[in-house]
Design a protein around this ligand. Sequence first.
Ligand code: ADP
Ligand code: XUL
Length: 552
Amino acid sequence: MAAAESDSPLYLGLDFSTQQLKAVAIDGALGPVHQDSVQFDSELPEFRTQGGVHIHPDRLTVTSPVLMWVKALDLLLDRMKAAGFGFSRVRALSGSGQQHGAVFWRTGAARTLAQLDPGQNLHQQLKDSFSVQDSPVWMDSSSGPQCDALQEAAGGATRLADITGSRAYERFTGNQISKVRQTRPDQFQDTERISLVSSFGASLFLGRYAAIDYSDGSGMNLLDIRDRKWSQVCLDATATNLERLLGEPCLSTAVLGPVSSFLQRRYGFSGSCSVVAFTGDNPASLAGMCLHQGDIAVSLGTSDTLFLSLAEPRPSLEGHVFCSPVEPDGFMALLCFKNGSLTRERVRDRCCSGSWDVFSQALDGTPLGNHGNIGFYFDTMEITPPAVGLHHFDANDRQVRQEAPPPAVPHLSPCRQVSSWSPELEVRALVEGQFLSRRLHAERLGYSIGSASRVLATGGASANRQILQVLSDVFNAPVYTIDLSDSACLGSAYRALHGLVADSGVSFLDLLSNAPEPQQVCRPHRTAPQVYDPMLRRYAELEQKVLDKSRT
Ligand code: ADP
Ligand code: XUL
């Protein structure tokens, strides 16, 4: 490699996601030069997670060990060092984290963070730095009473949505903080700082507490998304002195400071490497796909999410409005579906002997519309809509199967009721049902598909062309992907680069105008609208029935 190349600057992006920690480094030409990841379940088995989390016996509480995330970072950086990664060339880094999760730092942790010894890893040194070892994460739905109390204090669900961009959601951090305060008062008392997973990640790189950025901060039910300040009424309803525990929120493009002297000495980062505020994984994905007005992004990760850029916020009782991670005055809309990849994996394991190839063949071998059969697969209480269980309907809308959700550890459970549907029909029912739901709720948010619409797909399952074909058919729009299926990581690297110049007014999309264009991978079948427009109307009616059943 030429000398100039080996000295050329790099920009590093990280993503603390649900199932893994990932990293990508890009060069000034925006091309990826290094990628790595650490899978929590398989590479850190001592934490005994499944899909990166612990599902508690009440099936509502879902947590992840905070030290697992710390140890994953040790492992990732050690591995990059062993591979000869040029840490000294990194001019700026940023990152993202699964949204909503909370990290509770124990009293005294700031001092430990500031005095880390480069001779030891982070995990050894931070083992006593957390007052709550098991961080509540986005899959948790155990804070119903706290949500009711917050909504009441704020003047109702609509008023709360107006202030914070969302009605009260169980996974949102403010409600999780209330629950910890009420159920674990001693641990709460012993907390000196609360971070999101994103700002926790940034803190590990800074060697001091990092501010929560406006975009990820919008997923807490605590931030006034228009004023970009903590909402006093929400703070007061959550905990006394909460503002002190959270610190001031910051612009998502803010440079927080240089990388810590610990990381400089242990890995050879340069003292002039800037840490740009970390944000949520969905906002970071929006950055990674360089989303333009009119585009809709569909992320098929552990959760399935849909998001788009918004000029004006119009919060409603469904979905979320967040501050934009890239435009200082902009916003983004987001819908989150909990039963995404893990549900597809469960059906793959049960119907396709664990093989994605067989799963894909089932989609190829079945017709659009699946002979009128429609399935709902809510293994755990869904977020959009709040329904649960497995429900099958035939072409005459007769319910042919209904089951409670599978146990939390499906592979340890006995074989469940046999479906009257063949495995192939079941696979198509699952995927069509998921995408009909995504389209129905996107349209309810005000999104409409026009002739120039593009669906940009990302996340682990966007590697599966047959799944994307169903997405294209159900949305009747072409589907595009970017080279890296991990757009949150790439978006973090782009944001690192942008953070260095954002203060001078350079817009994110102008700076990234040379980023590789998304490539079209699927076009809708010409008969798709005839099949899916009427099916969507049926789906909406059946979903209401399923929702009514879930409430009884
Ligand atoms: P996260 O960022 O939430 O940790 P990813 O975006 O990396 O998750 O996606 C992980 C998921 O991708 C896995 O749970 C897996 O089900 C799914 N996945 C990976 N490869 C395929 C494939 N070929 N077909 C369908 N799904 C896939
Ligand atoms: C978004 C959400 C999830 C997490 C994990 O509101 O809860 O998408 O960010 O990816």
